[in-house]
Unconditional design. Structure first.
Length: 479
């Protein structure tokens, strides 16, 4: 198999209950689960009363791959209305008579029954009679794949759980577990509820339109396995506040990322915000530093004053953090004094923000960590500090793979191939020694532009080849 085919996503398609399911690179997904748990279907749309499905594959805990699916169901308005009417219409002998009047279109009786039903349901909940009666665990199985899943029901959540020895796990097991999950969805939503729907089971959610900085996710980040793993842990702590509250745990609210220019610190911040599902607020140096006396101090106070009012998860990025506080504690000139004042206010505001608004996480990035006053980034303000290094040879090959795969997914069609079959990703990793992710992105941009210009002039155009990429790498080095 060529590296080009490896970069080009491999998918199999199957149907269940009228839904089309596309399973992309199952073997790669299962291998990735040995390093970090892989979350699937989190952004999918489901028929009511199913609100969301969280499917996780985890191979990190020992000799088994653990498959888990949590299906959360919330009754729709029509279902709730039907339940409320049931409180009244099941009363004999009055109920059947009222039911006939509703069926005949009597609006007065309909409003009366719905009003009484609503009041009855509220009283029912207040008295605690709505606590769900736990159903006995069930066992679902796919004999062909050799997989069994236990199903438990509690408080509106159905949970499927299955284990497969990691030395035996394969694409057939993942496909079977997805099918069993959809089977439970149809039990909750109806046998025809999934008809016409399309689901993609993929670790890397590449869209059919080119990814931008605003849409980047951690799955799209190549070559930074340890960094991505740590950011995933932070994202999980934000997405599960109930677990944090149960254990009295405080999730990190300050994160410092440092490393050479072009290694992707700003992109990682955006990816973390998207992984959390948080709003993204980027604060640049000109928003803070002001030439007028006292202006910088007012600006930093206003930024944090606004942050304390955020009621939805928000990631605040202070990009090029060292340019804001780089001279704290140094010099006696007016500029240094202003920066010292800003740094002092920043410390106090960070302390207050952590206490007053747990919805906010502050991320600071810098190319020069040695210029930042250590008291600014101590634990309690910035609990997590992550080095984002230049990628090594294997990481550069992985960056090429992910970027090429994203381009293929966004641009290739049945009649157009963007990349040839001669790509040698390890060789590209070697040839691009010392380059960052930003450099590799520029290499691809130059090759794309050259091919597009050939196409625009009406000349013959071949897919991007290994030779094209090597030439672009050499040209970038010489520029």
């Amino acid at each position: 198999m060529t590296d080009a085919s490896f970069a080009r996503p491999r998918a199999e398609t199957f149907e269940h209950a009228g839904a089309t399911v596309e399973l992309v690179d199952a073997s790669t997904l299962l291998a990735a689960a040995r390093v970090n748990p892989v979350e699937l279907l989190r952004r999918a749309s489901w028929p009511p009363p199913v609100q969301r499905v969280d499917l996780t594959v985890d191979g990190t805990g020992g000799p088994e791959h653990v498959f888990t699916a949590r299906i959360t169901a919330v009754p729709s308005a029509s279902q709730a209305q039907k339940m409320m009417r049931g409180f009244v219409l099941n009363i004999d002998p009055l109920g059947p008579m009222l039911a006939r009047r509703i069926a005949d279109g009597d609006q007065v009786v309909t409003r009366l029954v719905d009003g009484v039903g609503t009041a009855a349901a509220a009283a029912y909940r207040k008295l605690g009679f709505d606590k769900p009666v736990d159903r006995e665990p069930e066992l679902l199985a796919d004999a062909a794949a050799g997989i069994e899943a236990t199903v438990t029901y509690e408080a509106g959540v159905a949970t499927l759980h299955s284990r497969v020895p990691r030395d035996e796990v394969g694409a057939a097991h993942l496909r079977a577990f997805v099918t069993l999950t959809l089977q439970v969805v149809t039990e909750l939503a109806g046998p025809d509820a999934l008809a016409g729907r399309h689901y993609v089971i993929s670790r890397e959610g590449f869209a059919k339109t080119p990814a931008t900085t605003r849409t980047v996710t951690l799955d799209m980040v190549g070559g930074l396995t340890d960094v991505v793993a740590e950011l995933r842990q932070i994202a999980v702590s934000f997405r599960h506040p109930e677990a944090m509250a149960r254990w009295g745990a405080r999730r990190p609210q300050g994160l410092l990322m440092y490393g050479p220019p072009g290694t992707g610190k700003t992109m990682l911040s955006r990816a973390l915000a998207n992984e959390i599902g948080a709003d993204f607020r980027e604060i640049r140096t000109p928003e803070i530093l002001d030439k007028w006396l006292g202006g910088s101090e007012r600006n930093i106070r206003q930024i944090f004053r606004d942050a304390r009012r955020y009621r939805t998860p928000t990631l605040m990025l202070f990009d090029e953090f060292d340019s804001i506080v780089s001279y704290a504690g140094m010099g006696g000139d007016a500029a240094s004094q202003a920066l010292n004042a800003v740094a002092g206010i920043f410390k106090q505001e960070m302390n207050d923000l952590i206490e007053e608004n747990p919805n906010v996480i502050v991320v600071a990035t810098t190319n020069f960590p040695q210029r930042v006053d250590e008291s600014l980034i101590r634990s309690g303000r910035f609990d997590v500090k992550i080095s984002v290094p230049r990628p090594d040879e294997a990481s550069r090959a992985e960056i090429f793979r992910k970027m090429i795969r994203g381009l293929i997914s966004a641009h290739e069609t049945s009649g157009f191939r963007m990349f040839g079959d001669d790509l040698d990703l390890p060789a590209l990793g070697v040839a691009s020694g010392g380059m960052t992710g930003a450099d590799i992105k520029e290499v691809l941009r130059r090759v794309q532009l050259a091919k597009a210009m050939q196409d625009a002039r009406g000349g013959p155009v071949t897919p991007i080849s290994q030779h094209d990429l090597i030439k672009a790498i050499e040209a970038l080095r010489g520029s």
